[in-house]
Design a protein around this ligand. Structure first.
Ligand code: PGA
Length: 240
């Protein structure tokens, strides 16, 4: 894992965006794996600026998002489809028909999960996957557990994830308790991975990921088995 410790959130966002921009320039029809949450918002702003400045174009880029609440309407203000539109897709020259988010209304998660993974494969696989990390060490909604699932699937959110995400909802009771998420296998197939983490509240998860052996109780530890991972973090997340 290549570890890049940045002064602050702004530097972390800019440096991560630079890596994505390099890829988009080198491979204009690349496949990006994207993440939601507070962490990547600054990086998305940087990508929007680069697109506005004409430095990069997303017109041939395809994107697959990691996860979506379940059940949720794509038009719901807290859905991840809505988040991606508002924080990135509405502001860049991407073809929205080439942007994919797991279907938060699926009636057939097994079939749709397999189809999501198959579509990623058919698109040539994810060239670069963006990840955040939960305070409990989750990646996407692969929560700490006795076992992890390889493919895209429906999962239950842990109480601490519901607590962490309640800041976006009117009340804790409004937070969906399940999600449709890419699995660990789907994530690990990406050719390159960028993990972003900022703030003291991520320090314990980052320290555990770096120091612990690979364990399903901290899903991010499995990233140590991937050959091309960049951790972009700020000093607070790295040092505590
Ligand atoms: P955050 O979420 O970026 O909002 O902190 C990250 C995550 O839970 O994976």
């Amino acid at each position: 894992m290549k570890i890049i410790v940045c002064e602050n959130y702004a530097e972390m966002s800019a440096r991560a965006a630079e890596l994505i921009a390099e890829l988009v320039k080198a491979k204009p029809d690349c496949v990006l794996g994207l993440a939601t949450g507070s962490t990547p918002v600054g990086m998305y702003k940087e990508l929007i600026s680069k697109n506005e400045a004409g430095e990069i174009s997303f017109k041939d880029v395809t994107t697959y998002n990691l996860d979506e609440y379940y059940p949720i309407e794509p038009t719901h203000e807290q859905s991840y489809r809505y988040f991606m539109n508002v924080n990135l897709f509405d502001h860049i020259d991407i073809n929205k028909e080439k942007t994919f988010v797991p279907n938060g209304l699926t009636q057939n998660p097994e079939e749709e999960g397999a189809a999501y993974d198959a579509a990623i494969e058919a698109a040539g696989g994810v060239d670069l996957q963006v990840l955040g990390i939960g305070q409990n060490g989750h990646i996407a909604f692969n929560e700490p557990d006795d076992a992890l699932i390889a493919g895209t699937h429906i999962t239950s959110l842990t109480e601490d994830t519901i607590d962490a995400n309640s800041r976006f909802f009117a009340s804790r009771d409004d937070v969906p308790t399940r999600a449709f998420t890419m699995g660990i296998g789907s994530i690990m197939k990406a050719k390159k991975i960028i993990l972003l983490a900022n703030g003291k509240n991520k320090h314990a998860a980052i320290a555990k990921m770096l120091d612990d052996k690979i364990t399903t109780q901290c899903p991010a530890t499995i990233l140590k088995a991937h050959a091309d991972v960049y951790l972009f973090c700020d000093k607070d997340a790295y040092n505590g």
